[in-house]
Design a binder for this molecule. Structure first.
Ligand SMILES: Cc1ncc(COP(=O)(O)O)c(C=O)c1O
Length: 374
């Protein structure tokens, strides 16, 4: 089976992890935490990086550090992973959903203004599958209405909007380093920011809100969102290869697009002229004129040894929101449509040219065979 994604680990990953074990620095202190935080945050164009246990806790920490709480609203796309909304809800705030842009599948910036209320505190754009959101519109709305911007860049390490890296545009950027991400720690996350006060607040909350003057005396509820030195060791070794890992992802996408561009009924991912898409996942839409449904195509690809994944199910009407009385009856036609039609193909950095050619041949064969059926 060609998997959707596997990590690509090099020599330094083992060397640095071995060093943690040899020196006994296996917990949440140690040199790799600092090196990884400094290296990755500076790469994003930010002064401060705060590592966390995963991308979900990075988002939680960012929102908590901004003081987001009950009664507050956070504007975010409905087309994202549930973790984005979970982080908002951990703070007791309400996610307010926006539909997707048809071309990029990102939050539609033109629909944000109408959802801003007195309660809105944050806009939380998610750079979906590696393509940056339309940040200039989002940043000018935020400045006009005095809102913070927290970028969910979990899927888009190194992607660029105009001359800036994602995660380095809003007030805070949040990353995941889960095993399928462009660089990985196994599990891990990071908050990046230029704001010293926010960074310090994240550090305090991450570490159970200890206070310096009196050990074991806590003025507020803190969290344990600390990354280990072992994870950071892996993360640093991966970070050293980030440019090559991104280039591999982009090369995969160029090849997929070249081989699939003539196939009727498939919509392929785009790269707007003012962005660099890092193609974390190569997502495609299966249109009606393809000849068979998205789900049938996925089943047939599986029979041929090709693993795929469906797009996200939009969040606005999910059971976890209904349970909290926060579900929305509103329709989000673009997100609902792409959720029905979308799938992503194997996209890992280690994918070979031969594998991509095989996958594209399979798609064409499956389409041809289905047209003979009709
Ligand atoms: C957009 C987005 N946000 C947040 C997360 C959560 O990250 P993690 O799985 O590291 O908690 C993910 C994970 O895939 C994600 O894709």
């Amino acid at each position: 089976m060609i998997p959707v994604c596997t990590p690509l680990l090099g020599k330094n990953e083992k060397k640095y992890v071995d060093e943690c074990i040899a020196t006994n620095w296996i917990s949440s202190s140690g040199k790799y935490i600092k090196l990884f935080e400094e290296g990755f945050s500076h790469y994003c164009g930010r002064k401060y990086g705060v590592t966390t246990t995963n991308g979900t806790t990075a988002l939680h920490l960012a929102l908590a550090a901004l003081g987001i709480g009950p009664g507050d609203e956070v504007i975010m796309p409905t087309f994202t992973i549930a973790a984005t909304a979970f982080a908002v809800m951990y703070c007791g705030a309400k996610p307010v959903f926006i539909d997707s842009e048809p071309a990029t599948w990102n939050i539609d910036p033109d629909q944000i203004r109408a959802k801003i209320t007195q309660k809105t505190k944050v806009i939380l754009p998610v750079h979906i599958y590696g393509h940056p959101c339309a940040m200039s519109v989002i940043m000018s709305l935020a400045s006009r209405y005095n809102l913070c911007v927290v970028e969910d860049a979990a899927q888009s390490h190194g992607a660029q909007y105009q001359d800036k890296k994602v995660g380095g545009i809003g007030d805070i950027g949040c990353f995941s380093f889960y095993g399928n991400k462009i660089i990985t720690c196994g599990e891990g996350g990071m908050v990046v920011t230029n704001n010293r006060r926010i960074a310090q607040r994240c550090r305090d909350l991450r570490n159970m809100a200890f206070i310096e003057s009196k050990r074991f005396w806590h003025k507020e509820i803190g969290f344990n969102h600390r990354m280990t030195n072992l994870q950071a060791a892996l993360g640093l070794a991966q970070f050293e290869q980030i440019d090559q890992l991104i280039e591999r992802r982009r090369r995969n996408a160029v090849l997929y697009s070249a081989l699939l561009s003539g196939v009727e009924g498939l919509r392929l991912p785009i790269e707007r002229s003012d962005v660099k898409n890092v193609y974390w996942m190569y997502g495609i839409l299966v249109e009606d004129d393809f000849g068979l449904s998205r789900d049938r195509l996925m089943r047939k690809l599986k029979e041929k040894g090709v693993e795929t994944r469906t797009f996200f199910i939009p969040l606005h009407n999910q059971p976890f929101l209904k349970k909290q009385g926060m579900a929305s009856k509103e329709r989000f036609p673009v997100a609902e449509d792409i959720a029905r039609r979308g799938l992503y193909l194997p996209s890992g950095s280690g994918l070979t040219k031969k594998e991509i050619e095989y996958i594209c041949d399979c798609i064409k064969e499956i389409k041809d065979a289905s047209s003979h059926d009709i």
